[in-house]
Design a protein around this ligand. Structure first.
Ligand code: P6P
Length: 347
């Protein structure tokens, strides 16, 4: 049977009423931009784009998050902005790398969608040749008015599409338009994405967890108790042994979980108590939560469903628990039980 290209998959999805022509164009434009990013990432040291970006003052370039920008962060952001400017499908873009949203230039027609993305997540891994990725989320714009930051502040339930592109041994685009989660592998000879996994399903249960254990002493008690019980293995209350993986590149860790199950956790920690978590809601947690739920998994902030959270800030951070549904439910139950005990004792 002939391969199904991303273009064919999207045309068939449009024919089935799952998306319209404008959203199909948007996804194809993002996929084309990801191919360009894949080329730049793949060149590594030969591309002259490794290392930290240089700011106007000649020092390190720092983004709105207060993080040092890599040259590839800036290049990937520019590639996505430029690719989406002229097609007439977007009203505005927003990005981890930009303080505020960027409306489509007046020279071009405005469309009905908002695109928000992390152009190169995990970029601190670039210089050590570890997989990184682009994460994106699509919302409907408010018609007839110029887009602004506030228009992006919609819960994850309002996403009309979400996806990521992982730049690993192979480049893969993983996508949902609300009808399952599907994976496409880049055929470099043809230069096109080919459907390689239709309807990905995350196993309900798992024996594998992903977390940065070096933060353990900074977690809240419920988180301490949950991980202690994982580490206690078959002799402990969970009655089974667990394995651990942590790539420190969300796209790579989530891709593994979509592929074989597991739970990914980046909880709140008291290292920076004013920050509710490290990961950002709009362009990391929400798109990943939609992909995971569409694959039969679950995603919470330890207490409530990620997709139900009403955003207040464009770069808002949130604790993230996502992956195999039974394990996410168990981890969330530890937190809810702890909260209930605190209420009973008046703490
Ligand atoms: P840590 C990468 O910087 C990132 O935003 C995610 O991709 C990743 O899951 C996490 O941070 C890693 O954080 O604290 O382990 O370096």
């Amino acid at each position: 049977m002939s391969e199904t290209s991303l273009t064919r998959f999207l045309i068939e999805a449009q024919r089935a009423g799952q998306l319209n022509a404008e959203l199909r164009l948007l996804i194809e434009v993002v996929a084309r931009a990801c191919k360009r990013i894949s080329v730049a990432v793949g060149k590594g040291a030969l591309g002259g784009v490794l290392g930290d970006a240089v700011g106007d003052s000649g020092g390190d370039s720092i983004n709105v998050q207060g993080e040092a920008q890599k040259k590839l962060d800036v290049l990937s952001n520019d590639i996505l902005i430029d690719a989406n400017a002229w097609g007439g499908h977007l009203a505005a873009c927003a990005s981890e790398e930009m303080p505020h949203c960027q409306p489509i230039p007046d020279a071009y027609p405005r469309g009905h969608y908002l695109l928000v993305f992390d152009p190169l997540d995990g970029s601190s891994n670039i210089d050590v040749n570890v997989s990184v990725g682009t994460i994106f989320s699509v919302l409907r714009a408010r018609d007839g008015v110029p887009a602004e930051d506030a228009h992006f502040l919609r819960s994850g339930n309002d996403q009309v599409a979400a996806g990521y592109c992982i730049y690993g041994p192979s480049t893969m685009l993983v996508l949902t338009v609300g009808h399952g989660t599907h994976a496409f592998t880049l055929d470099r000879e043809q230069g096109s994405f080919v459907l390689t996994r239709r309807d990905m399903r995350i196993p309900e249960a798992t024996q594998e967890f992903a977390i940065n254990m070096s933060n353990q002493r900074h977690w809240e008690p419920a988180m301490q108790g949950y991980v202690d019980d994982l580490l206690a293995g078959r002799e402990g209350p969970r009655g089974k042994d667990f394995n651990m993986r942590w790539i420190a590149s969300m796209v790579a860790d989530v891709h593994r979980i979509l592929t074989r199950g597991g739970i990914f956790i980046y909880p709140w920690d008291r290292k920076d108590p004013d920050k509710p978590g490290k990961l950002r809601l709009m362009y990391e947690a929400n798109p990943m939560a939609m992909l995971v739920e569409q694959a039969g998994g679950a995603a919470t902030d330890g207490r409530r469903r990620i997709l139900d959270i009403a955003p207040e800030l464009l770069h808002q951070r949130v604790p993230v628990f996502l992956g195999s549904r039974e394990e996410v439910d168990t981890a969330t139950a530890y937190h809810l039980r702890h909260d209930a005990a605190g209420r009973e004792s008046g703490r």
